[in-house]
Design a protein around this ligand. Structure first.
Ligand SMILES: [Fe+2]
Length: 316
């Protein structure tokens, strides 16, 4: 929620003890925003107790410090996800805010070890959150804006892929980490697709569609040149548009030729694409979206699709 005077409210529960403020914190007093604690101030147990004492007190940050606030949440994400004083919805919203900002940096900056480490941190916390709460996937789903953006799409595909993998219950922690990282980066090759094609309001013509299809090859190339990712993470990027009936791209692989992470991400990718609004069509609700996916099930791993339907059924 944004105030017209350039301040944004911050819930006191989002301030964590034994951390350091990375932004100026203001308190609303008699219609005026008064500086309460400045940037770099340590958040102590006493300060938390003082804030919690009076529930009427309202705290704010400057709108221009929103990026700094998300940096704070990212830095202390482990603590926030483990905290009992924030709700699952607030945890989901924090992951979406922090993840959205990070993924926008992945698409605007050159990839580097720091960015990849930050992705690993988001994935680690996503897995913790999904494991700790049965309805975590639902809260993530409602927290991610429904309008399509490649940032939110990437985060949604990671959340849905990890939810499905946890439902399948056959992967080791290292596998889950690779799946999550690959899913966050699955469309990173879109960086190389011209903006005017990505932002085109109408349907793509044949030449434009051929360009978009190259995002798979470009994504794999970007990640291989980085030399930081496990082959199992890159497999998500390589295989997320392959289909088990051989109708996918770029290699028209079939069945087990497609990496199991590619088969998982394919389901998450298509589901998120159908349930997000695009400039040329409205978002489809989850239930009809699943019906649509069942109608072209020959392209999906049927066991994985069944588990995905069960998962969403549980989360309705
Ligand atoms: Fe893609």
């Amino acid at each position: 929620m944004l105030n017209s005077d350039g301040f944004i409210p911050v819930k006191p529960d989002h301030l964590l003890k034994n951390t350091m403020l990375t932004f100026d914190l203001f308190e609303l007093k008699y219609d005026d925003y008064e500086l309460f604690r400045s940037e770099s101030f340590p958040v102590t147990t006493d300060m938390i107790a003082e804030i919690a004492e009076d529930k009427e007190r309202m705290f704010f940050i400057k709108e221009t410090d929103l990026g700094k606030f998300h940096d704070y949440q990212e830095k202390y994400l482990d603590t926030l996800i483990a905290s009992n004083s924030t709700t699952n919805l607030e945890k989901a919203q924090t992951i979406v805010n922090v993840g959205g900002q990070l993924i926008s940096e992945l698409f605007s900056d050159q990839l580097n070890p720091i960015l990849i480490n930050r992705c690993n941190n988001i994935v680690k916390n996503l897995i913790t959150f999904l494991r700790r709460s049965n309805d975590a996937a639902k809260f993530l789903y409602v927290s991610i804006p429904s309008g399509y953006s490649v940032y939110h799409h990437s985060l949604n595909v990671a959340a849905l892929s990890l939810s499905l993998a946890l439902e399948l219950n056959q992967f080791k922690p290292k596998d889950l980490a690779n799946l999550g990282l690959g899913a966050i980066l699955h469309d990173i090759g879109m960086k190389t697709v011209p903006q005017k094609v990505i932002n085109k309001a109408g349907r793509l013509n044949h030449r434009e569609y051929m360009l978009v299809k190259k995002h798979v090859m470009w994504g794999v190339r970007i990640l291989e040149e980085l030399c930081l990712l496990d082959a199992n993470a890159i497999a998500v990027v390589q295989d997320h548009h392959e289909r088990v009936d051989g109708s996918g791209y770029p290699a028209r692989k079939r069945d087990d030729e497609i990496h199991e992470f590619g088969r998982i991400a394919a389901i998450a990718d298509v589901f998120d694409a159908i349930t997000s609004a695009r400039p040329y069509r409205q978002a489809v609700n989850p239930y009809p979206a699943l019906k649509k996916m069942i109608s072209f099930r020959d392209g999906f791993d049927i066991q994985f699709l069944k588990a995905f339907i069960k998962l969403l059924g549980e989360n309705r």
